[in-house]
Write a protein that binds this ligand. Structure first.
Ligand code: PEP
Ligand code: MN
Length: 372
């Protein structure tokens, strides 16, 4: 196994009970400190964990598990970070209105499709139905849009979340949408199934922790200027919260080439797939910025080992309020879904057909990196 990092990994993670009160949290931290250990509390709306970065090899696990308020004890026995786990389970995306989706680890390749921005209720309902009919298995759509200029359309916000949830429900598709702040994240929790952290926020470590602690699957996009190492460290922030449902997304990096919006780095996909356990999807829309290249680069991405695609689709692409140049029509999506199927068969890509588990403990224990 390649060791990418020199940072010190935690030796133990205590996952606290959801019902724990502040006094009990303080008692857990005091007990940890009385043992001569340093514990750091990481907290968000959904979850609280104590990360211990001291040598705990001589301390029996039951001394931690018996502490009042501790739900689970995760002991690190390997020297490599969480992103490098061997033999992982696929990421699991559940939603109330669609079948659970398993992504990565040799499962079927998924196509996540939808508009750049949710433009109206009718718009997202129409696109949702259209992409579902063409074989997409998840719906994307921006409610909160990161725009380079503050004078551009920034999304419909909370209103769009309601429309997205409704569209996902009617079409029977789990919903992916971007959040840019902890406040937006909290507002989104009741409406969306996968939290997207966009390229501009890949370095927002507090947001990454909040996303992890929410318990929702996280689709993390590579920043336009991030090295692979920085990208993986960002994923590590989410994994450290105990949330193992992380999907990486390669969306192109900024290069000296002016004719394309970004340069699609497919070697990063091959590299990440060969050295980590995490699923990687490719976004050929933002990577190229040109609808005429989306199909070709989708094919290339699947051939390079991507576990899925994230594609911008619009009923009338030229009329898209944002990113019109890269939006494709539903019928073009159908061709891409056909390509993905054909390539998966030709390259024998699907090796797992059973439903895996992504329960944190079983995944960590199965990896051999941890024992509970
Ligand atoms: C998006 O997917 O809507 C988006 C804004 O992409 P990125 O963060 O990759 O620029
Ligand atoms: Mn876009």
């Amino acid at each position: 196994m390649i060791k990418l990092y020199s940072v010190r990994m935690p030796d133990l993670i205590l996952v606290l009970k959801a019902t724990i009160d502040i006094d009990s949290e303080r008692r857990v931290l005091a007990a940890v400190s009385d043992m001569g250990l340093t514990g750091q509390l990481v907290r968000s709306a959904g979850n609280t964990v104590v990360v211990i970065q001291s040598d705990v090899s001589a301390i029996p696990t039951h001394l931690f598990s018996q502490m009042d308020g501790v739900a689970k004890v995760v002991r690190l026995t390997a020297t490599h970070p969480l992103v490098l786990e061997a033999d992982p389970a696929p990421v699991r995306v559940s939603s109330s209105s669609a079948e659970t989706i398993f992504l990565g680890s040799g499962q079927k390749r998924h196509v996540i499709a939808g508009p750049c921005s949710v433009e109206s209720r009718e718009h997202i309902l129409e696109v949702a139905r259209a992409v579902k009919a063409r074989g997409a298995t998840m719906l994307r759509g921006g409610a909160f849009k990161p725009r380079t200029s503050p004078y551009e359309f920034g999304g419909l916000g909370e209103e769009a979340l309601e429309y997205l949830a409704e569209a996902g429900k009617i079409a029977g598709l789990p919903v992916v949408s971007e959040v840019m702040s902890a406040r937006q994240l909290e507002k989104s929790l009741d409406y969306i199934d996968v939290l997207q952290i966009g390229a501009r926020n890949m370095y927002n470590y507090e947001l990454l922790k909040e996303a992890g602690l929410s318990g929702k699957p996280v689709l993390l996009k590579r920043s336009m200027s991030a090295t692979v190492d920085e990208f993986l460290h960002a994923a590590e922030y989410v994994l450290l919260t105990g949330n193992v449902n992380v999907i990486l997304c390669e969306r192109g990096i900024r290069s000296f080439e002016p004719r394309l919006r970004n340069t699609l780095d497919l070697s990063s996909v091959a590299l990440i797939k060969s050295t980590t356990c995490l699923p990687v999807v490719v976004d050929p829309s933002h990577a190229t910025g040109r609808r005429d290249l989306v199909r070709t680069m989708s094919r290339a991405a699947i051939a390079a080992g991507a576990d899925g695609l994230l594609i911008e689709v619009h009923g009338q692409p030229d009329k898209s309020i944002s990113d019109a140049e890269q939006a494709i029509a539903p019928d073009q999506l159908a061709s891409i879904v056909d390509d993905v199927r054909a390539l998966s068969e030709a390259l024998n890509l699907v090796t797992e057909d059973g439903a895996g588990t992504s329960d944190m403990m079983s995944k960590l224990v199965a990896s051999g990196s941890f024992k509970s």
